[in-house]
Design a protein around this ligand. Structure first.
Ligand code: BEZ
Ligand code: FE
Length: 304
């Protein structure tokens, strides 16, 4: 019986496992899938050897992955959260923005992007009536790398409330509050009214929260707005703009802050500035996004 076994398919010791597993996968038809899973096995095995994982630790790790999966539902995505706190999402976003010296850097999508946001005309508000918080007027331009306006771009915007909660986390906000979809005009501009978002802790009631606690890391993100910009002939830009006066700019728990993504949230006293009809103090944000040429892609929303 043992004589019929091919010598290169028998696992004699830890040193033979990696080669035999890779040989078993050699028939993978899709070359990119083959490249990715081969590298996953190679680096994964090297990692297990590097830390000399014990049986108990392996069980603990598998239980952690199971708990991450079980914490997911239509309204919460713990898998994305784990990728974010480990810096995976930021690394992928940066690798895919190799020419970020000419275009606006990308930033992670995060777990709170939803499809189906309401469509608004420029100048409209994405905050429901009576939304508490300081008014914020955003004026943005979408430009190409030569500085020409990109007309008719679709721009998805989403943000947390002034207490740091996305509407899907907060029963006091109506569905799709602080989310909207705009189109740029011939001048590449879009504008909307909102309320100033606060920084917030990422969800900590699941296994990722336990990991952060074990690492003695705070769970906070600085205040920011999310943008996803889609335009014919251009690579999609998924990014964020951070408030220049926010706490935690230099210790974002998900490593999203890039110097070029810090926007000036300019404060104006009531009755002054470009919206002098305002009866409360308010903020303005002006920001230019620069898109690279390319083909638009459409991220899958992590929640519904
Ligand atoms: C966000 O910015 O929406 C986000 C990103 C990563 C983890 C949690 C939230
Ligand atoms: Fe966010």
């Amino acid at each position: 019986m043992t004589e019929s076994l091919r010598p290169d398919s028998v696992i004699d010791d830890a040193a033979t496992v990696t080669g035999i597993v890779k040989a078993a996968m050699a028939g993978t038809q899709n070359p990119r899938l083959k490249e990715i899973v081969d590298a996953l096995v190679e680096h994964g095995h090297a990692f297990l050897k590097h830390v000399r994982l014990t049986d108990a630790e392996f069980e603990q790790g598998l239980a952690f992955v199971r708990a991450v999966g079980q914490a997911c539902n239509d309204r919460h995505n713990e898998v994305v959260l784990l990728a974010d706190v480990l810096g995976f999402s930021t690394l992928v976003a940066l690798m895919n923005n190799a020419d970020a010296s000419t275009r606006t850097p990308g930033a992670l999508l995060g777990p709170f992007y939803r499809g189906g946001s309401p469509e608004y005309e420029n100048g409209e508000s994405i905050a429901c009536e009576d939304s508490p918080g300081a008014p914020l007027f955003v004026h943005a331009r979408v430009l190409d790398t030569s500085g020409r306006p990109v007309a008719d771009a679709t721009v998805d915007v989403w943000q947390a409330s002034p207490v740091g909660l996305y509407e899907n986390q907060d029963e006091s906000q109506p569905e799709h509050n602080l989310r909207g979809r705009f189109r740029t005009g011939a001048d590449g501009a879009l504008s909307f009214r909102s309320v100033r978002p606060a920084g917030y802790p990422v969800p900590t009631d699941g296994p990722v929260g336990a990991l952060l606690a074990a690492q003695q890391r705070h769970p906070y993100r600085p205040a920011h707005l999310h943008f996803a910009i889609f335009a014919e002939g251009h690579a999609t830009l998924v990014s964020q703009v951070f408030a220049d006066d926010s706490e935690h700019l230099d210790t974002d728990v998900v490593f999203g802050v890039n110097r070029r993504l810090i926007g000036q949230f300019e404060q104006h006293a009531a009755g002054t500035g470009p919206h002098e009809d305002q009866r409360d103090a308010y903020y303005t944000l002006d920001f230019d996004f620069i898109l690279a040429e390319g083909t638009p892609t459409y991220p899958t929303p992590p929640i519904q």
